[in-house]
Design a protein around this ligand. Structure first.
Ligand SMILES: Nc1ncnc2c1ncn2[C@@H]1O[C@H](COP(=O)(O)OP(=O)(O)OP(=O)(O)O)[C@@H](O)[C@H]1O
Ligand SMILES: [Mg+2]
Length: 526
């Protein structure tokens, strides 16, 4: 342990000298002063753990030295040494903040005991203050985390209900669209409704992103592909800005949900364009990077290999106060109706949901750069599925549709029937299993809602697989509070659609699954 530094203040030089020798022998570092002023100078500028102070001294007496020490260093222990045996002196010194007192002449052992006591008391006090400080910080962090968690749960819950409502509206709209001939005056209205549904669906995605949910289809991806596709979609929306891509060739894969990555990029691109109302350049860069030590990073990032994606603009930039709050949900500096303040909150949630990190550098009028780090995975990139057709693909076969929402069942049944399928509906898991048992040889595909009361989608899934391990199952979901379970289920299923989905996508998924099932049977028979 480090030696304690003692300061002895006594106008008697001989006493100082002998204390210096005796205390040094016992392992202390000692500095002696015969004058109060010199002692104070030393204490103010050098290390000192405890002061041994004489009371009666010429020029500056012990009480004044004590008062000064307590003013500048209230925690520094002071032990009074006095030749006066009177209790009065001692009481006055203790009232003035002294830790203890000892009457001359004293035994050195006794003095050492008092010194050790005072130092121990000080150590305990320092430990306590440190702990109390840490506890206060942890408490504040916990409160903040609980608040954010509560908002995220609320956001996720709203997203679920909202997705079901949107799904219903989308379904009815699709049915009407199918019945209307080309050029009908209502076609335009239907397009408007579909646009509104798209807006609502975007909002739920932002909420799900913020709630760190909605990461459903995780695959090894090349971010360069996503960037190229998203920029193509973005360009015509903001003609005043120029997107410059500097993408590393042979970029390693990251494990990600493609649609959430698109959402992240789109939010960052829109923000960048908003920051440059007169137009300007956006630079989108990717590269592989190794984080070896976290020393130079001002945020906690695990050492390892990452894909670093940065989005830089030449826009208005941000001051410190704005930068502090940008990831808060509903924080916006944009006028009413222009921004909801959910963009960066969802970006943050999605990046965290992918075990990534986000950093931002910005100064007023000097532009902004966002840096996103995603951990590299040693797997081959799964090429993105072919673009969704805009056509409904008709088919034949029998579908068992399982959903606890009456409205979704009604709409789903009607649409599937228009597409050419025969539909059996089940309102809960028990009914689904009963019906599947009865009709298992006829049913070609099961469309199963993941989140249902009573018997969960997972339980139904497992029971159906027990009855027939090859039963093709298409999962649909609005939102799931249990992301891990949902993800595991999706991996085992034949397909997944996030509500609200387009009828075109539903028809394509069913087609693909049934086709796969048929080719599987053929190859088995061959
Ligand atoms: N590239 C940028 N340059 C300058 N300021 C930015 C930039 N990106 C974000 N900001 C600031 O951060 C705020 C929050 O951004 P965020 O994307 O979360 O919400 P928004 O853009 O205001 O609304 P929304 O994205 O929901 O439509 C913005 O209002 C803006 O003040
Ligand atoms: Mg935004």
């Amino acid at each position: 342990m480090e030696k304690a530094q003692l300061v002895v203040v006594d106008d008697e030089a001989r006493l100082c000298e002998s204390l210096n020798i005796l205390l040094s022998e016992r392992g202390f570092l000692v500095q002696c002063f015969t004058d109060g002023r010199n002692a104070i100078d030393y204490i103010q500028n050098d290390k000192c753990d405890l002061v041994l102070l004489d009371l009666i001294m010429p020029q500056m007496d012990g009480y004044d030295v004590l008062a000064f020490i307590k003013k500048i260093l209230p925690d520094l222990p002071v032990i009074i040494m006095t030749a006066q045996g009177s209790a009065e002196y001692a009481v006055k010194a203790l009232k003035g903040g002294a830790e203890d007192y000892i009457c001359k002449p004293f035994e050195v052992d006794e003095l050492c005991r008092r010194i050790e006591n005072a130092l121990e008391k000080r150590r305990l006090h320092q430990d306590y203050s440190l702990m109390a400080g840490k506890l206060a910080i942890t408490e504040a962090q916990l409160r903040q985390a609980q608040k954010m968690e509560a908002i995220a749960t609320l956001a996720g819950g709203i997203a679920h209900d909202f997705n079901n409502i949107l799904m219903g509206i989308q379904g009815h709209t699709s049915i009407m669209k199918m019945h209307l001939e080309e050029g009908h005056p209502f076609q335009k209205r239907i397009k408007s409704i579909e646009k509104l549904i798209e807006g609502g669906s975007k909002l739920t995605s932002q909420l799900l992103g913020y709630a760190r949910r909605g990461r459903y289809e995780v695959k090894p991806l090349n971010l360069n592909h996503i960037i190229t596709l998203t920029v193509e979609t973005f360009k015509p929306l903001r003609k005043e800005v120029v997107c410059n891509l500097e993408l590393a060739p042979d970029l390693p894969a990251v494990e990600a949900d493609a649609s959430q990555m698109e959402q992240v990029l789109m939010n960052l691109l829109v923000n960048a364009a908003d920051a440059m109302p007169e137009g300007g350049n956006i630079y989108i860069r990717t590269k592989k990077t190794e984080v070896i030590s976290t020393e130079n990073m001002h945020f906690p990032i695990k050492p390892g290999s990452y894909v670093l994606m940065s989005i830089q603009d030449e826009g208005v930039g941000m001051d410190e106060a704005t930068k502090e709050r940008i990831f808060e949900p509903f924080f916006t500096t944009k006028e009413m109706g222009r921004g909801t303040g959910l963009g960066l909150a969802s970006v943050y949630g999605i990046v965290k949901g992918h075990n990534g990190y986000i950093d931002v550098k910005s100064q007023p009028n000097r532009g902004t750069t966002f840096y996103l780090y995603f951990p590299i995975v040693e797997e081959k990139v799964v090429s993105p599925e072919e673009e969704g057709t805009t056509r409904v693909v008709n088919g034949t076969g029998i579908v068992l549709m399982v959903d606890d929402e009456e409205e979704i069942l009604n709409v789903g049944k009607t649409i599937l029937e228009i597409m050419g399928y025969r539909v059996i509906c089940a309102r809960d898991g028990e009914e689904a299993i009963d019906l599947y048992r009865k009709h298992k040889d006829e049913i070609d595909i099961v469309i199963l809602d993941v989140v249902m009361p009573r018997m969960s989608g997972k339980a139904v899934f497992n029971r159906l697989k027990e009855i027939n391990p090859h039963v093709p199952i298409l999962l649909i979901s609005g939102y799931s509070s249990d992301r891990e379970t949902t993800h595991k289920l999706i991996v085992k299923s034949d397909g997944f659609l996030q509500k609200p989905f387009r009828i075109e996508d539903l028809s394509r998924s069913i087609q693909q699954i049934i086709r796969r099932k048929k080719s599987g049977v053929q190859s088995l028979n061959a």
